[in-house]
Design a protein around this ligand. Structure first.
Ligand code: AMP
Length: 398
């Protein structure tokens, strides 16, 4: 079965086509600047040259039509016929409390995703555009939705509720949901498999550190706590997001600076984190600047590492123990420096990093702790698209 995986944003759309026979990627690509007459479609067919087209793409339906055209293109294509695509899987950021697992798209499921627009106004409407665009191009192909929040629906009530009036939860479902669930689930299972241990017996902290970043406590294979909250703003310091701060800062800053709700929200989501402290929102740039003696870059890095380390310690406490720490995503997989500094300061837990193993670059899962380390430290490349393809395949097969 060939499964097309779609991650639709408001003005972009990423795709990967899988052959589920061997889970190989036949093609991948992205459309950027949807809505403009200079939209860019980048198509990467496996084993063939990359194609880049600039053209007018005003909506997601046109974007999908162009992608499908390239997938069966004489020269750049990888399929004989569009009919070879037997299922489409979508990434959906927010599943609220309605979705504990992935689901086949039905009118009821679409209705529920729409009901959740309120909780993810930047993401869910864009995912819905992706679903509808596939419907109009491939009306007979079953679609599935895979939620970033679903893995965290196992959190207990005492963990996911905020200590504010319960009426806010009852009326508006204000609570912690958590995100990056597909990634935390995938890397925790990969880690257990790599170590050859049953995940049911393990306590793992997974650190998904990319532009967005979150840490999850995975106990017995279930998410028991995670650092992001009702939205992906809570928790760690990120590229441009603040993460945790005193909630009183918000009304105080609004008053002093005469900010609107929109402005303060933009400040915390887009102009905070690494960017606010160093002037750079990208960890690679921050590290380069730090090497060149930039004091603000050094400060930003230290704040970032400190906040990450606090969460790892907190989750060791939350689970009353820790067997493994897993690093993944752009920063987690690539920044040996962040991993080294974080682990150096976790020696009280018995963490002992192998400095040479930590420097190895690889696309495979690997251990970076010494044989003596009480806690295994691993780098596990994440693969959210593969999880979406697998879930979609399983649901459609049924
Ligand atoms: P992601 O959102 O998972 O794509 O991760 C993006 C982040 O990973 C950006 O902040 C990049 O600067 C960071 N990143 C990628 N490669 C490196 C590297 N070699 N060292 C440090 N950070 C990196």
């Amino acid at each position: 079965m060939k499964v097309l995986v779609i991650n639709a944003g408001s003005s972009s759309l990423k795709y990967q086509l899988y052959d589920m026979k061997d889970e190989s990627v036949l093609a991948a690509g992205r459309v950027e600047r949807i809505g403009m007459d200079t939209a860019i479609l980048t198509h990467e067919p496996t084993g063939k040259a990359e194609v880049r087209e600039v053209s007018e793409i005003l909506d997601h339906t046109t974007a999908i039509r162009k992608v499908l055209g390239l997938l069966v293109h004489k020269e750049h294509g990888v399929l004989d016929s569009i009919a070879d695509i037997e299922a489409v899987g979508h990434r959906v950021v927010h599943g609220g409390e309605s979705f504990r697992e992935s689901a086949i798209v039905t009118p009821e499921v679409k209705q529920e995703i729409k009901r959740l627009f309120d909780l993810a106004p930047l993401h869910n409407p864009a995912h819905m555009m992706g679903i509808q665009a596939v419907e109009s191009n491939l009306p007979d192909v079953p679609q599935a939705v895979v939620f970033d929040t679903a893995f965290h629906q196992t959190m207990d009530r005492n963990v996911y509720l905020y200590p504010i009036p319960l009426a806010l939860y009852r009326r508006h479902k204000i609570r912690k949901y958590g995100f990056h669930g597909t990634s935390h689930m995938y890397v925790s299972r990969q880690a257990a498999a790599f170590l050859g241990r049953p995940i049911e017996e393990m306590k793992i902290v997974t650190c998904h550190i990319g532009n967005g970043a979150s840490v999850t406590a995975v106990k017995g294979g279930r998410s028991v706590d995670t650092s992001m909250g009702m939205t992906p703003l809570e928790g760690l310091m990120m590229g441009t997001r603040s993460g945790d701060l005193d909630p009183a800062v918000v009304p105080f800053a609004m008053g002093k600076e005469d900010l609107t709700i929109g402005e303060v929200s933009s400040m915390l989501n887009k102009h905070s984190g690494l960017l606010a402290i160093s002037g750079m929102g990208d960890m690679r740039e921050v590290q380069d600047a730090m090497e060149n003696g930039d004091a603000n870059a050094k400060l930003a890095f230290e704040m970032y590492e400190y906040r990450l380390r606090k969460y790892i310690g907190a989750y060791a406490a939350a689970m009353n123990g820790l067997d493994a720490i897993v690093f993944t995503a752009g920063v987690g997989e690539n920044s040996w420096l962040l991993r080294a500094r974080t682990c150096l300061n976790l020696s009280y837990l018995g963490v002992e990093l192998d400095p040479e193993a930590n420097l190895v670059r690889s696309k495979e899962a690997r251990r970076i702790s010494t044989a003596n380390s009480k806690i295994d430290v691993l780098v596990v490349p994440t693969n959210e698209e593969l999880v979406i393809a697998r879930d979609t395949y399983e649901l459609v097969k049924k």
